[in-house]
Design a protein around this ligand. Structure first.
Ligand SMILES: [Zn+2]
Length: 94
């Protein structure tokens, strides 16, 4: 296995992916989900179909909104969708 891409944000239990846990934190690195590692991977995997990525993240946003109080959902749009059109996570998209 090539570990050259592993960074401190990849720390976590072996075999656990960067997916949301029941509290919407990353199950692997413990960051707010979607974490930077998930975003990097998703932007690479969906580089030719950002619409599909936006639709996937909209599904997650819908689930998040169902689970969380309305006050938390105010900034959830940027959290779940704001990065989908960028080449790199952390940059404003729209
Ligand atoms: Zn993570």
């Amino acid at each position: 296995m090539n570990d050259s891409r592993i960074t401190s944000s990849d720390a976590g239990p072996p075999g656990v992916r960067h997916i949301p846990d029941s509290a919407w934190q990353c199950a692997r690195c413990g960051s707010e989900w979607p974490c930077e590692s998930y975003k990097r991977t998703a932007l690479r995997d969906y580089r030719r179909n950002r619409v599909a990525l936006a639709m996937l993240m909209a599904t997650y946003l819908h689930r998040f909104a169902r689970d969380r109080p309305a006050a938390e959902c105010v900034r959830a749009g940027a959290r779940f969708l704001g990065w989908c059109r960028t080449r790199r996570p952390g940059r404003a998209a729209w």
